[in-house]
Design a binder for this molecule. Sequence first.
Ligand code: PLP
Length: 424
Amino acid sequence: MTISATLAANETIAARRAAGRDVVPLAFGGANLPVHPALREAYASAASLADYGPVAGIKSAREALAGYFTRHDVPTDADQVLLGPGTKPLLFALLQALDGDVVVASPAWVSYAAQTAMVGSRPIRVPASAGEGGAPDPELLRPALFQAIKAGMRPRSIIVTLPDNPTGALPSETTMRGVCSVAEEFGLTIISDEIYRDLVFDQAAVPTPVQWAPDRTVVSTGLSKNFALGGWRLGGLRFSAGPTGERLMKRVRTAASEIWSTPPLPAQHAAALAWSDLPALRDRIDRSRHLHCTVASAVADIFRSYDLEVVKPRGAFYVWPDFEPWRAYLKTEHGISTSAELAEWLTEQWDVVTIPGSEFGDAPGSLTLRVAVPGLYGINDAQRTEVLEADDPLSVPWVSHALARLDTAVNGLVAADQLLTASR
Ligand SMILES: Cc1ncc(COP(=O)(O)O)c(C=O)c1O
């Protein structure tokens, strides 16, 4: 998403709340959960460590991250990981090091295309498979690559997101195997953005490309989503074992040394704990996953109950409804024919704030929305803690109120209660 879209949504929410309006905030991409006390303590006790640390990160944090990957069936040595101040700058440095055009799915998290342009490369947009998100459709990928090469482009890498922002989907194993085989054929590096990895609702089913393309995959992760610590700025990259991975890591580390020097030390000490498999932190992740799953599924059900197309949420905390079945009606009744107009109408008429799908690379004429559910968890830590600890988060008053408001807004938008199905 562009900065302006994010800021516009945040400002809209703040201004409407200040005016005393009852806002349903579905635009934020943050996890909106309290900091776990053990992590806060680890961070605070390292606050006096103010020297520069190693460029790649401190040993204890790199070892912990290697352990994290190994526990997720991706055997990893501490020398294969590089830490940085969030995955965003790490991805930027990686794209620069890879030096070439980048396959990006449509839709996809907007920073991929923006960063690709910033390093002087070009994105090759390839639609995701129908009903999926997070990876390009392998059937469309080959022709798109041939066409790109014919047009003089230099494809070098392909980005996948498991699970996906903006759709909340998880690419299927068939899709990922297909992507890996095309990557092999065209000699592409696969960048697997797994920053929401622990928030896949069915943990047994994560088709990481490392399984099928171990030598050409770089995996990214971080504390921002799984542990709701975006402001602490800590992420990591895992490179493949062997000379290719080593060479690439060296290039990224060189860039890191010239841009951010070292990842923030207090955050690294917290990360060493976060990635260490402490039972209390495992429990926190389990609870967070359950919460995101429950609320995202309920939100998806609301959209589905009005016959909208909704990708089944499989991870993270996003829902991606498509109002296409109501296109004719929306045009006639409200003059809506783009996702931007759709999002604006929901904001203006109902104070329901979402992000238009076009911000994520969907065609401007599409009628998709990116709906982020954590904004519903509360406006302070007391509320967020209550929601996190509730057996049934949907019955917590401010959550159930917001869901009812969303239902009313969608109903109002498509006038479902008037049974105008004939005019759809
Ligand atoms: C798919 C995806 N990757 C990466 C990031 C950035 O993460 P970080 O906070 O580690 O820079 C985000 C944040 O919104 C994201 O949604």
